[in-house]
Ligand binder design. Structure first.
Ligand code: FAD
Length: 447
């Protein structure tokens, strides 16, 4: 850079922190504003009586190449722990493991006729391979033409839809197959299947919240500071007003790394056409019920997935002592239970006590061995009204439009998982790409 530029990043989730690190690496003076009292956004870890509780993201996948490289750069790779990829799907009172994927051939979860129908899906993955790039979701726009449910009913089978595809969509993203584009399914399947060593899952010794904490360590992050409005200076540059009052901050560049729903309030001057993109992004919802226990829970699986045919309320559960020995004190455990997206939408008004009662009653009905209540030492409920951005039919075309048109005024860039992909990897890639665009618009480097 010829002279140091100033940048404000709004939001200290992993997208905002990735952008801030990139801007600083290019010589900019960066200030990150975060409304919450801690960094991380939807990647935060609380510790309750020595037990880690993941308030959002719980695992990293082996196809998160940029995230894993960043973990190396940050010097925390020694804290990366492999999670046993032993998750199972419930059908008629029995859990069926699908991982490693070779088990699919043997599983009694679906019949042989349905397994054979999967070859159509594998052939489509091969055919569309060139469109399926995790670093460029917009490239998949040509196959953003059908929902997972329409696609599965037309080309696979009802059983595959309800017992193989729907449970992970609901249990990991809190989505429904009706509101998920088949383009997203293909992208994730290709990424998962393309690793020569198979799909592996990881966490960090101190929980996934360790990642944003390490990213923020040497950045100027102002916690508990909510940006209220971004205004343009007539002569160029921007001013950010703080919601709680105080001196506004001026900068050459602004990276807005909030969820999409916050953008219209921060920049109403963007105009109707641009604002429609942000307003059009819908988020799934969930509630997490974390129960700490004084003894161990059954440890045959890390993740339990509940198909909607089996439960109208629960989407998934994870057993934390199976995930990682450092997640709980020795001999103890935590069960993390997640409500399904549609149930959470319907039960938004329900009080905490009723939600907890409902979730535990459902768990006892479906999987009584995992009932943590008799040995519970704590119980905490957390609501996530904006859990994961939906990648419904039309979203990929929206991303393509975002990339093709002048969505970003010079010096402003947007970042977040709704642009880069609905997981940590997508959020980080979107943050780094946003920093590159903001710099390029001001004449520094390539977008
Ligand atoms: C329950 C759940 C489970 C998940 N599981 C996984 C998983 O296992 N693996 C995985 O890879 N991903 C998972 N995810 C997704 C992952 O957590 C997100 O994709 C990622 O963390 C999003 O990062 P982000 O920076 O885009 O957004 P966020 O993390 O939401 O960051 C936005 C930040 O902006 C701040 N902010 C908003 N408005 C303002 C304002 N006006 N001023 C200042 N600050 C503001 C917010 O407080 C927040 O910190 C999960 C998410 C949830 C909710």
């Amino acid at each position: 850079m010829t002279h140091p530029q100033t940048a404000i990043v709004i939001g200290a989730g992993v997208a905002g922190l990735a952008a801030a690190r990139q801007l600083r690496a290019h010589g900019a003076h960066v200030t990150v504003l975060e409304s919450a009292p801690t960094v991380g956004g939807r990647a935060r870890t609380l510790v309750e009586q020595g037990c880690q509780i993941e308030l959002g993201a719980e695992f990293l996948a082996s196809f998160y190449t940029r995230t894993l490289a960043l973990i190396d750069e940050l010097g925390v790779q020694r804290d990366l722990c492999r999670i046993p990829s032993s998750s199972a799907i419930l059908r008629d009172g029995r859990f069926h493991s699908l991982w490693p994927s070779a088990r699919l051939a043997l599983t009694a979860l679906v019949g042989t006729r349905h397994k054979l129908a999967l070859s159509y899906l594998l052939a489509s993955l091969l055919r569309h391979g060139p469109l399926l790039d995790l670093a460029a979701f917009k490239n998949a726009a040509p196959i953003d033409d059908a929902s997972v449910s329409d696609y599965a009913r037309a080309h696979l089978s009802e059983d595959l839809l309800e017992y193989v595809l729907q449970p992970p969509l609901a249990g990991i993203f809190y989505w429904t197959p009706e509101r998920t584009s088949r383009a997203l399914l293909m992208l994730v399947l290709r990424a998962g299947l393309s690793r020569p060593t198979g799909l592996k899952l990881f966490t960090l010794r101190h929980g996934l919240g360790q990642l944003p904490r390490a990213m923020a360590a040497d950045l100027d992050v102002r916690l508990g500071t909510r940006a209220g409005a971004v205004e343009r200076w007539p002569a160029g540059g921007y001013q950010v007003r703080l919601a709680g009052g105080g001196e506004p901050l001026a900068a050459d560049m602004v990276v807005c790394a909030t969820t999409a729903s916050a953008v219209p309030g921060l920049m109403p001057w963007l105009g109707a056409e641009r604002l429609a993109l942000f307003r059009g992004v819908r988020y799934s919802a969930t509630a997490l019920l974390a129960t700490g226990t004084r003894g161990r829970l059954p440890h045959d699986f890390y993740g339990l997935l509940f198909p909607r045919r089996e439960s109208a309320f629960l989407a998934s559960a994870t057993i934390q002592a199976v995930k990682s020995a450092s997640a709980v004190p020795h001999g103890r455990d935590t069960l993390a239970l997640h409500m399904s997206g549609p149930a959470m939408d319907a039960l938004r008004q329900c009080d905490d006590e009723s939600l907890i009662g409902l979730m535990l009653a459902e768990l006892r009905r479906l999987a009584p061995r995992y009932d943590p209540t008799p040995q519970a030492v704590f119980q905490r409920l957390y609501r996530c009204p904006e859990a994961l951005p939906e990648f419904a039919v039309g979203h990929f075309r929206r991303l393509q439009g975002f990339a093709a048109s002048a969505m970003e005024p010079p010096g402003v860039a947007f970042a977040g998982d709704y642009l880069g992909g609905p997981f940590i990897e997508g959020a980080i890639l979107s943050g780094e790409a946003a920093a590159a665009r903001a710099l390029a618009a001001l004449g520094h480097g390539k977008a």
